[in-house]
Design a binder for this molecule. Structure first.
Ligand SMILES: [Zn+2]
Length: 319
């Protein structure tokens, strides 16, 4: 009997380990391709903050959020967080999948997934290609955020609340995320247990395919948790190899990180060698969509113990 019980437990452990991997298989490359192709299409006109292209991209993200069962924030009638910057109307797009825990504290704790959807617009005076499609920067990250929303909605067992945010105006100085951070009250900031910002994840990293880095890796144990949870998937998370670029402070994670929240950016950009960076040639056909899909799966599995309320990353200590 004891042996039978033990083997049953062993079976369950193995089965559950496999089943979370199997669950992540629900993230389909075909869907990922459709989402990123929409976001980086020419008719989004480079998604520059304060332009028609930005509004069009925001409407597409809102439509995906609706399909993914994401709800507007309490007190919001839709997903738009509107503000004015230098006389232009801009908007972040955000919403939540409420936590399912019976424990009120756990249910109200928040894991934020974010990426910026704005890019550089249209190049003036260019004859042939004039549109900055920003497929990698950062349609790839927004595609990851949308895909994660679809995934967690289908899972339907997130114990903590999941917030999904597409920031505008990153390219003109982290304007959208800074605005977002400033709107949060102290009591709301205290409820955010982790921030996962996703930036330029459309190509193989310096570490090869199935690899990404995490900025500010040593400032909290969030990276370590992701690494441990992703074990066995073949995907690896590494500390940021580009210290001199100071990416931790130069990405949208910083709006939360400055309040001590373990908010980091995940990226695979090979920054020293990427010839499409901030060029009109940053198009979908330069990306590795299979690798992007693997990345999204790795993040989904990487955060699962945090989403389940089992792991809480340490608060940020910049050292
Ligand atoms: Zn950029």
């Amino acid at each position: 009997m004891k042996n039978l019980l033990q083997s049953k437990i062993a079976y369950l452990l193995v089965f559950c380990g496999l089943c979370s991997c199997a669950q992540a298989q629900k993230i389909k490359q075909k869907q990922v391709k459709i989402i990123i192709s929409n976001l980086a299409a020419d008719d989004m006109m480079g998604r520059k903050a304060g332009t028609k292209g930005e509004k069009k991209a925001a409407a597409f993200i809102a439509q995906e959020f609706t399909k993914a069962g994401v709800k507007p924030l309490p007190g919001f009638k839709n997903y738009y967080q509107k503000f004015t910057h230098q006389g232009l109307n801009m908007l972040n797009v955000l919403g939540v999948i409420p936590g399912k825990s019976k424990n009120k504290k756990t249910r109200e704790e928040i894991v934020v997934f974010s990426a910026h959807y704005d890019h550089l617009g249209v190049r003036k005076g260019a004859k042939e290609d004039s549109i900055y499609n920003g497929a990698d920067d950062d349609a790839s990250g927004v595609t990851a955020v949308i895909s994660l929303a679809h995934y967690f909605n289908k899972q339907g067992n997130n114990q903590r609340t999941l917030m999904f945010v597409a920031f505008t105006a990153e390219e003109i100085g982290l304007v959208g995320s800074t605005y977002f951070g400033k709107q949060l009250k102290k009591s709301q900031l205290a409820k955010i247990v982790a921030g996962i910002n996703i930036e330029m994840v459309g190509k193989a990293s310096k570490f090869g395919r199935k690899g990404a880095f995490i900025t500010g890796y040593s400032y909290s144990n969030l990276g370590k948790i992701l690494q441990e949870n992703a074990q066995g998937t073949g995907f690896t998370f590494h500390p940021d190899p580009y210290k001199k670029y100071n990416l931790f402070q130069r990405s949208d994670n910083y709006a939360l990180a400055r309040h001590g929240i373990p908010a980091h950016t995940i990226s695979s950009v090979d920054i020293a060698n990427d010839k499409h960076y901030h060029q009109v040639s940053d198009e979908v056909d330069t990306l590795d969509i299979e690798n992007l899909t693997d990345m999204i799966k790795a993040v989904a599995l990487g955060v699962r113990s945090i989403v389940a309320g089992k792991d809480t990353p340490t608060r940020l200590k910049m050292k």
